[in-house]
Design a binder for this molecule. Structure first.
Ligand SMILES: Nc1nc2c(c(=O)[nH]1)N[C@H]1C(S)=C(S)[C@@H](COP(=O)(O)O)O[C@H]1N2
Ligand SMILES: [Mo]
Length: 525
């Protein structure tokens, strides 16, 4: 075969592979829209990949991409699939059956992933992968046949240029591209209509005025210093961390929460209306992610509306270990198969652990757990804040390891006392004179008693604390610094309500939260 012929064959092979991959994904997405969005092979394989990603890498992704980590993963999956599709296309123009068999193999992988996800509803979840793979395998077979020769399997003896069915290839390739795009768009719009019930159930939620409103946020909690964040984080600015590639869209009217397990003498299944009929509490609680590095952004403070979890548990007969209860761990399960384990003792010790229905006056946003999530002041999110919760099981730490615990994180993780400099920004230059240094400090459920700032290797100077809201919220602070020219290092540390100063010892987020002082360099001109 001549060099031109070989190159053309390679191009056509690569194009066939890409088109077959595109058609396979479109067919799979359309099927998934009909079956269940979570059964899509991209979502299922992506979810399986998230579950198997080494903790260090996952933590790195959360810290570097934050809320965009899922988008980056999805783009990564598409890029990998495109490369594999090209490879299969190159194989297919030489060995048609091998190329198609390769596509089918990916279908098997997708089907296995979809049916073994923790939220899988059964064998029907294999359908998107199987149908996608059949479409892709057939298209690759058909295209690669047209790409290499009109009639003969191999070019005629003595010929240097293998023939190709130009018209047949172009017709089929165009048709495949058009139909796949149509199928993809249809999948998207029908997925939208599937979510209609969830969206309308959320629009229909009227949160009653809380029986226990909680005290209003004191005006003095918010400092009016440029560069310092809002004391109450808006819903749209609130950080998001979870393993869900597709945000679960739960219909509140169909939602149920089951409470059962060790020491539950009266197991119950609650509806959303059952919760709405209970006395509601409203509390400001600062939520923090264990993956937050020193100085990091994975922390937010909202006013949550919900029902007391301790009351609900007590009505089911649950007693904390200190009162002789047999269960020391409460495992919350979400509709997407997440498991989060919290100490029963903490939930029932009088703090405002809650089943939250509202966030800053709104029903929970879907991304933050609609219709109901758990919150326990003082504990990192991965051991307390289960979103899209549907099941609560009372058990023991000895008997059960929750999702993140199976992945190297600690079983129990109270939030560490930490502080952060929000202004000035690192490496921004400022003029000599008074520079306002300000930020936040947090030690949820212990409160913040003192914040100190150090310039270079100087003495620790007391910062001025903004008014405390509650000991479950973060606290802003400021320090007017008489800045002199040159490069300087600013460091901050906080002391919590028990009198303990945060540790200077640097620790990575794994296994139970980062520690160490936040410190920045600034240039004074
Ligand atoms: N269902 C579910 N709930 C979850 C998670 C998750 O991955 N799935 N992540 C937890 C973690 S690690 C944190 S820090 C908080 C974050 O809540 P947010 O996204 O509302 O800020 O949710 C927790 N609840
Ligand atoms: Mo987290």
């Amino acid at each position: 075969m001549g060099r031109r012929g070989a190159r053309r064959r390679a191009y056509l092979g690569a194009l066939s592979g890409l088109l077959a991959g595109y058609a396979a994904l479109a067919a799979a997405e359309l099927t998934a829209a009909a079956v269940r969005p979570q059964a899509s092979p991209v979502v299922a394989v992506g979810g399986a990949a998230i579950d198997r990603t080494p903790t260090a890498l996952k933590d790195w992704a959360i810290r570097n991409f934050g809320t965009n980590d899922k988008l980056v993963l999805q783009l990564g999956i598409v890029a990998v699939l495109a490369v594999l599709a090209v490879v299969l296309g190159l194989v297919a123009v030489r060995h048609r059956r091998v190329g198609s068999a390769g596509v089918l193999l990916f279908g098997v992988i997708g089907a296995l992933a979809a049916t073994t996800r923790p939220d899988s509803t059964g064998i029907a979840d294999a359908a998107p992968s199987v149908i996608g793979a059949l479409v892709g395998a057939w298209l690759l077979y058909a295209l690669s046949g047209r790409a290499r020769s009109t009639a003969a399997e191999e070019p005629p003896e003595g010929s240097t240029e293998p023939g190709w069915d130009r018209r047949g290839f172009i017709t089929l390739a165009t048709a495949a591209a058009v139909i796949s795009t149509g199928a993809g768009l249809l999948a998207r719009s029908s997925r939208g209509t599937q979510d209609v019930n969830a969206v309308s159930s959320r629009n229909g939620v009227k949160l009653p005025a809380p029986a226990s409103p909680g005290k209003p946020t004191p005006a003095g909690a918010q400092l009016a210093i440029p560069g310092i964040g809002a004391f109450i984080t808006s819903n749209k600015d609130f950080y998001r961390v979870d393993t869900a590639l597709v945000v679960p869209m739960v219909d509140a009217m169909k939602w149920r929460l089951r409470i059962h397990g060790k020491g539950v003498t009266r197991p119950v299944t609650l509806t959303f209306d059952d919760l709405l009929r209970r006395p509601l509490i409203e509390r400001a609680i600062t939520l923090t992610c264990v993956s937050n590095e020193v100085g990091g952004p994975l922390i937010g403070n909202a006013r949550w509306i919900g029902v007391s979890l301790a009351d609900v548990l007590a009505e089911s007969g649950v007693r904390p270990p200190s009162k002789g209860g047999p269960a020391d761990q409460l495992v919350a399960r979400s509709v997407d198969g997440m498991t989060i384990g919290s100490p029963v003792e903490d939930i029932m010790d009088g703090r405002d652990a809650m089943l939250a229905l509202g966030m800053n006056g709104q029903p929970l946003p879907f991304a933050h757990g609609f219709p109901v999530r758990m919150l326990v002041p003082g504990l990192y999110g991965y051991v307390s804040a289960c979103k899209w919760i549907e099941d609560i099981e009372l058990t023991t730490f000895a008997d059960y390891d929750a999702y993140w615990v199976k992945r190297d994180w600690a079983q129990q993780a109270p939030i560490k006392t930490e502080s952060r400099i929000d202004t000035p920004k690192p490496s921004v230059s400022r003029k000599a004179g008074t520079v306002m240094v300000a930020g936040v400090a947090w030690a949820q459920h212990r409160g913040i008693e003192k914040v100190e700032v150090r310039v270079d290797d100087g003495p620790w100077e007391r910062a001025t604390l903004a008014e405390e809201d509650t000991r479950d919220t973060w606290r802003q602070w400021s320090y007017p610094w008489q800045a002199t020219s040159g490069g300087h290092r600013l460091t901050v540390r906080a002391t919590d309500g028990t009198g303990r100063t945060q540790t200077a010892k640097r620790a990575d987020p794994v296994p139970d939260g980062a520690s160490g002082y936040h410190s920045i360099r600034v240039e004074i001109g």
